[in-house]
Design a protein around this ligand. Structure first.
Ligand SMILES: [Zn+2]
Ligand SMILES: [Zn+2]
Length: 341
């Protein structure tokens, strides 16, 4: 027992050091990501784009993909995840903000009592717990980030490094949508580059004896091509993992917690029910705030900012549930226990 505790403390120290190092290196990862994404874009438009068929159709689509990639990366790095002490987020008035399809104007802040969303789902105020680290009262789905040392609304994870693309901040209520869209466009862009550029890749390696007549050096193109294959696969797996969680109405943290709750409920012959799970379609609609009562589907294809459906102090609930079922008082995992997993 003493031994395992000592090992655990050792891990804790290592993790703390890791946090300090990744925290300090974070801005460099962001710089590296910008350089690599820019190099990839230059390679594509210099070497591959002139060879595409139907350029009137394909070039604008490629430009739109590149624009989405850059803008969602910019948003995920600069939009604050939603710290507990931040003032309520208002809908912005700049050209980067999407307009709502139905002319009802700004979204109302979802504080106050129980209400029904226009998607026919009940939205109820969150329950509150006290954070053991910063001693603040926080709504459910908020967690304390050890690196930011603050409580974050609908905390997903702190992201110092995302393979090669660092975002160097928390992913939470206000930037999770951009995080997912950034990954989706990165996978799409690298996939397009790999599929449409493989003959140029062989040229760059000197396999085909074609003369290299591009501005980009062969070695840079070959490097970017190989990196694209790796990123497409690695980020694709991460994206699939996150989309799977969203389809169940869970964040990364909740995914782990709910697994534990399911096990505990099963031991009692009970079944754990996640009250945020509204069914696959609605879970995606609420996450991206699109569809009936939300923004147009077009907001997924043009790089505009929108607010989430909630301010983080009220949550849409599954029909017939005001809280999770199958979990008893005192069984909820706290941040401290999660760290032990
Ligand atoms: Zn806290
Ligand atoms: Zn953080």
């Amino acid at each position: 027992m003493i031994c395992s505790r000592r090992v655990f403390r050792c891990f804790k120290t290592l993790e703390r050091w890791g946090n300090i190092v990744t925290g300090a290196a974070g801005p460099y990862f962001v710089g590296l990501a910008v350089v690599l994404i820019s190099m990839g874009t230059i390679c594509f438009f210099d070497v591959i784009a002139p060879t595409l068929s139907f350029p009137f159709l394909t070039i604008p689509i490629c430009i739109l993909i590149a624009l989405n990639l850059f803008m969602h990366y910019f948003y995920v790095v600069t939009v604050k995840p939603g710290f507990l002490e931040d003032p309520p987020r208002e809908h912005g008035s700049s050209i980067f903000w999407a307009k709502k399809g139905n002319r009802k104007g700004k979204q109302k802040s979802l504080t106050g009592g129980v209400r029904w969303s226009s998607r026919g789902v009940k939205v109820t105020p969150a329950s509150y717990t006290k954070c053991s680290k910063c001693a603040k009262l926080r709504p459910e789905r908020a967690h304390h980030c050890r690196i930011c040392n603050k409580c974050v609304l609908k905390y997903d994870h702190h992201c110092p490094v995302n393979v090669f693309a660092g975002i160097n901040q928390c992913v939470g209520l206000h930037n999770e949508r951009h995080f997912i869209l950034f990954m989706a466009y990165l996978v799409l862009a690298t996939f397009c580059l790999c599929v449409s550029g493989y003959t140029r890749f062989f040229d760059s390696l000197g396999v085909t004896y074609q003369i290299w007549e591009h501005h980009v050096p062969e070695i840079m193109f070959a490097m970017i091509y190989i990196l694209s294959i790796v990123l497409c696969f690695a980020v694709g797996v991460m994206l699939a993992y996150h989309l799977y969680g969203i389809s169940w109405g869970e964040t990364s943290v909740e995914g782990q917690d709910h697994e534990e709750y399911r096990r505990k409920a099963k031991e009692r012959n009970d079944k754990f029910v996640n009250s945020y799970d509204l069914g696959k379609k609605k879970n995606f609609e609420f996450f991206f705030n699109v569809g009936e009562g939300g923004y147009g589907i077009i907001t997924l294809f043009v790089p505009l900012r929108i607010n989430p459906y909630t301010d983080g102090f009220s949550w849409a609930r599954r029909e017939g549930y005001d809280s999770h079922h199958g979990i008893r008082q005192g069984e909820e995992l706290t941040d401290e226990e999660e760290a032990d997993v």
